[in-house]
Design a protein around this ligand. Sequence first.
Ligand SMILES: [Zn+2]
Length: 138
Amino acid sequence: MLCEMPSEEARRKFTDWFKKNYPQEYYFFHKIESNLDKLYSTKHLGLHEGEFAEIAINVQKREGGKYHLAADPFTSIFLGSICKTMMDEFANNIESIASDRVQKEFENRFSIKCLNCKIVNLTHSKYCNMCGSELLSN
Ligand SMILES: [Zn+2]
């Protein structure tokens, strides 16, 4: 079955809409796409310029009631790459998430910010270590 693929203009319009309305989903789409680019670049798959390859998964019931996931090479690479991209993103972000948390915890519980110079002082300080302003503890 031949299906009409979107024109370059339609694709760009959609991308703008996607980016604007679903920035997080777009971010992941873009990540996955750029990771796939490297994998699909292999000569092994042999897609020519301008050609399309459909991504499709079939489920097959085999003898003995076992189910088999039947996917072509493009789909198999796609599925593997989605999972790897998510794991990479998670691993890359976990460190910054953790350090943000530590920072917030520090600011909330162990410190008091000077309203004048914004420097963080130890809790229970009466005066700012930097500018000498009186600190209002809560
Ligand atoms: Zn101060």
